[in-house]
Write a protein that binds this ligand. Structure first.
Ligand code: UT7
Length: 326
């Protein structure tokens, strides 16, 4: 019998309507369009404004979009993996609620948190479940409402992040399509440089933590930038070598959209030409767990069966990695 690989068979996405442009940010903090564009590549982001709506709202919309486009019966889904760094609630996994809301009544679900690498790690998890032969339809959703953890008076973070969601369905394939190889890494040194300090078990919420703005994302951008450039480029280069892929063999680079300069550095190290590098950071900013599936959704029409896709991500923790998928 042929080996079972996990192939992507459907894609969906959702971004909220409200557009937060660089121009609007100029009125909130001391920054300007020229600085943001040249340092990050970002022009605007989407923000989920409606009160009472959390990450699950984004995820449900993305999943519904996938179900509509693919005609898949949600009752056939075996499992929902919810990649997110901004769950609706600290306890009671967001994925469980999402699965119920989309009619995935026969699925089990849970959340997977690895900051900006959550979706990439989720691809590995989904693939392992499929290849094991245990499950036939695994829905992986990457969604984040980053605006819920951003301080809009902090110019070092508020210019970067946006809200969004994407979903992909993994199914078994016996023609050799789907996930081929992966290199996943992590290093706890990163905890110092990108984190939300309070609200967890070390520092539960208090009047002081609120006063000190410790429930927002804080990052040492310069240090994270350095680690991200070398981390993402290293694993992407390595996965090409390990699979005997030259730059000509790579059809598309699908890299986490954190900073256009990090994406360019990764592509450079891989020797991949600019027209193969998928970019939508100018429209959405960094949507954390949603960047990779949003790229898949935005550029879906470009992909042909058998194309060689290299995925790469880097995130807080630190967490990073690269995946080769056909
Ligand atoms: O997805 C998770 C992983 N996260 C990342 O990958 C983020 C990685 N880091 C970055 O993308 C970049 O470090 C940032 C975009 C966050 C910052 O860019 P940078 O080129 O590293 O700038 P910097 O922090 O070194 O700041 C350069 C200057 C500083 O001024 P001085 O000290 O040179 O006078 C900052 O105060 O730019 C100033 N600055 C700003 N100016 C205008 C910092 N933020 C802003 C701003 N607008 N928003």
């Amino acid at each position: 019998m042929n080996k079972i690989t996990a192939a992507i068979t459907a894609i969906g996405s959702y971004v909220p309507e409200f557009v937060l442009s660089n121009k609007v940010l100029e009125g909130l903090v001391e920054t300007n369009d020229e600085w943001i564009t040249s340092r990050t590549g970002i022009k605007e982001r989407r923000i989920l404004k409606e009160e009472g709506k959390g990450t699950s709202f984004l995820a449900i919309e993305a999943a519904k979009n996938l179900l509509l486009k693919s005609n898949v019966d949600p009752a056939e889904i075996d499992m929902v993996i919810m990649a997110t760094a901004t769950p609706d609630l600290l306890v009671a996994a967001t994925g469980v609620y999402v699965a119920s809301q989309i009619g995935a009544v026969n699925a089990f679900a849970y959340d997977l948190q690895a900051a900006c690498s959550s979706f990439l790690y989720g691809m590995s998890t989904a693939s392992a479940y499929i290849s094991s032969g245990k499950y036939k339809k695994v829905l992986l959703i990457g969604a984040d409402k980053m605006s819920s953890i951003i301080d809009y008076t902090d110019r070092s973070t508020c210019i970067i992040f946006g809200d969004g969601a994407g979903a992909v369905l993994f199914e078994p394939n016996t023609e050799g399509l789907g996930l081929q190889d992966e290199i996943l890494r992590s290093d706890g040194i990163g905890r110092e440089f990108l984190k939300i300090e309070a609200g967890g078990s070390i520092l539960p919420p208090s009047e002081d933590t609120i006063k000190n703005k410790q429930h927002f994302v804080h990052q040492d951008g310069k240090t994270v930038f350095k680690y991200a450039v070398s981390g993402m480029a290293d694993v992407s280069e390595k996965i090409m070598q390990r699979n005997n892929l030259s730059h000509n063999d790579v059809n598309w680079l699908i890299a986490h959209q954190a900073n256009k300069r990090i994406i360019d550095a990764t592509a450079n190290r891989m020797g991949v030409e600019e027209d193969k590098v998928l970019v939508n950071i100018h429209r959405y900013g960094n949507t954390t767990s949603a960047t990779l599936p949003l790229l898949l959704a935005d550029f879906e029409e470009k992909f042909k069966k058998g194309d060689n896709l290299i995925f790469a991500a880097f995130g807080g923790g630190f967490t990073w990695g690269s995946i080769y998928l056909k």
